[in-house]
Design a protein around this ligand. Sequence first.
Ligand SMILES: NC(=O)c1ccc[n+]([C@@H]2O[C@H](COP(=O)([O-])OP(=O)(O)OC[C@H]3O[C@@H](n4cnc5c(N)ncnc54)[C@H](OP(=O)(O)O)[C@@H]3O)[C@@H](O)[C@H]2O)c1
Length: 436
Amino acid sequence: MESDKPLKVAVLGCGSVGSQVVRLLGEQADDLAARIGAPVELVGVAVRRLDAQREVDVPPGLLTTDAVGLVTRPDVDVVVEVVGGIEPARSLILAALENGASVVTANKALLAEDGPTLFEAAAKVGRDLYYEAAVAGAIPILRPLRESLAGDRVTRVLGIVNGTTNFILDRMDSSGAGFAEALEEAQELGYAEADPTADVEGFDAAAKAAILASLAFHSRVTASDVHREGIAEVTAADVESAREMGCVVKLLAICELRETEDGQSAVAVRVHPAMIPRSHPLASVREAFNAVFVESEAAGQLMFYGPGAGGAPTASAVLGDLVTVARNRLAGTRGVGESAYADRAVLPMGETVTRYHVAIDVDDRAGVLASVATAFAENGVSIQTVRQEGRGADAQLVVVSHESTDAALSATVEHLRGMDIVREVTSVMRVEGASE
Ligand SMILES: NC(=O)c1ccc[n+]([C@@H]2O[C@H](COP(=O)([O-])OP(=O)(O)OC[C@H]3O[C@@H](n4cnc5c(N)ncnc54)[C@H](OP(=O)(O)O)[C@@H]3O)[C@@H](O)[C@H]2O)c1
């Protein structure tokens, strides 16, 4: 399909990502036109403040604070939403679709909170809603899950999907720094915000986990379904303990397909710090990079790696979507919409199966090991390895369990905390990506 009629694009937001989208739309206009089959014309850029300094020279007359007016213009073909947050982004996207535009967004928070409303609106008007940039920045992962793996059965997705926390944990691992020190360094280098809550407490990763799980398992999963723990409690001792086991600590987004007792399959989805073996491909993901490791029945193991954030990398994913939705418009068709036919339930965290690494300061006397082993057994958790370290006041047991439900494992830890012979449970961390 080819057309001389320009395809009209409105961009909402001109911050880190929007400014790079505007730049690339200008710099690559000829190539984009050739790839789409029609020239692309930027018709407006909505912002909050007209007088703010921009990373890009927006062509004169295009900046506006009237985002509603822009998305409801009758001639707009594609709206790119890179404002972020829930409102007004949601209302603007809904208005754009209602107006017949196709939409490209990078808004993980909105998709994870209220994706179905947006997908239904897009389906109702027969338009595209694409969002590759919402998970792991430049890394193509949503399209592979939605299209390339559509003939396979994905069983597990393990992701390092937050660059800030990966940078902090990587520093703690390489320099022995504590959490606060590593966070400060991340802030100085621009890898962490002044208010790092969304990253450090796992909210950002949880939104991405919800999006990944929805696509991988053809079911609706929202951010509130995701069990979430951040990295603020990870200590230098945890990282050292991991090192002694040949592991590294990573904040993982984990999406799994699990068989339930009644023979159905359910989705388990969680974000928390975990120890993974240094031999696991995800262990080699350093600094602020992202990676998503996918396991599927026929394909086996796949890993997608690259920059998970940043204006230009994220704009690359946005423009990839823009080319696709533009081609679809020209061909009078739309791409794959939401696929939630499997409608799987989401398992509560307590029923999720995992393994624990537990370090315990214990009294150095006969029978301690047996008592600790009994505590595990009484909670139905079997032990894979026990390491005994130190003597006297430094006596420590390091236990790695076999797989068990998270409820049984956390009950075991509570049990240990109540025992006379246990001075302190010094480190509790889940172990992932290792064979039993
Ligand atoms: N930055 C990344 O690396 C990255 C990576 C992946 C995904 N994303 C996603 O991309 C989106 C944008 O992120 P960003 O980092 O580019 O954000 P940002 O730098 O804060 O930019 C936000 C832009 O939206 C504009 N804006 C805010 N409220 C508005 C309103 N009510 N009406 C019109 N414009 C409004 C702002 O205008 P002013 O400039 O006038 O204030 C600004 O230009 C978010 O959904 C984010 O999650 C970002």
